[in-house]
Design a protein around this ligand. Sequence first.
Ligand SMILES: O=C(O)CCC(=O)C(=O)O
Length: 302
Amino acid sequence: MLTETILAAPPRVLTQEQRAFYFAHGYLLLEGLVEPARLERLQAVTASFVEASRDAGPDDGAFDRAPDHTPAQPRLRRVNTPDRRHEAYWDFATAIVADIAADLVGPNVVFHHSKLNFKWSDGADGVGWHQDIPFYPHSNYSPLTIGLYLADTGMGDGPVAVIDGSHEGPLHDHYDAEGRWAGCLSDADVARLDLSSARYLTGPAGTLTVHNCRTIHGSPPSERADGRPLLLNAYAAADATPYAELDPPAQSPHCGEIVRGAAVVEPHVDPRPCPMPPCWDGRSTSIYANQSGESTMTRPEG
Ligand SMILES: O=C(O)CCC(=O)C(=O)O
């Protein structure tokens, strides 16, 4: 759906100024929209997942734990697909954040995936600059991600950072010089970024961040010892057709579920192509693994 058409429909939650800001800048920072009781529930459920992750034994794919994780010192990097692991997360994904998604992608919205990211102040928990759409190409660039800070997140806590306006810039290669999937921009591409346009999205617990799938973003390491829980839910317009398999750890029965409006028969096709991701082949665990060189996935043969 074209931006003008989206903006012509009355918004559900956002102001017209906020919608226009998103389309101009590729991101939003929203405070005060999540009810305290819902936030407290999500915080309590999340604490129980951190506890459950301490056991270093095999799990069912719920947890991405850093190589140095121990039960005494949990290094839980991510809970995969929280939407299918506890109803509190799915309730949230289908509540006000789905309305926000509808304000930004149009009335017909599909749920794409969710993840719950942490940072544990060991200096190795930064997330390199990247764009999301090379991980999951679609026929258009409506996909967006809405983050919820489950704890107060200031500059020292590894906040999400975005490059203002970069959604209008080029798509960058996310493979390294050897053709391995790196999940981030090369050092040479980062050197060309205008880092004075980086915006650090800080805020109290309950703050929402929104970034478009083309927006270059990342996050600096955290100095906090208790993790930095950030719940991320991704959505797309129902007229955006995915043309690659989703990274298996991100797959959930809810993927592709219509959360607002209805299914759409005709895809909207953006003329700007997006390169294919690697064949995941069961080898991807998370962006942290990709970015720390644990990846063995290469460019699709061409
Ligand atoms: O957890 C973060 O700080 C950002 C993570 C991110 O950008 C991603 O998982 O794609």
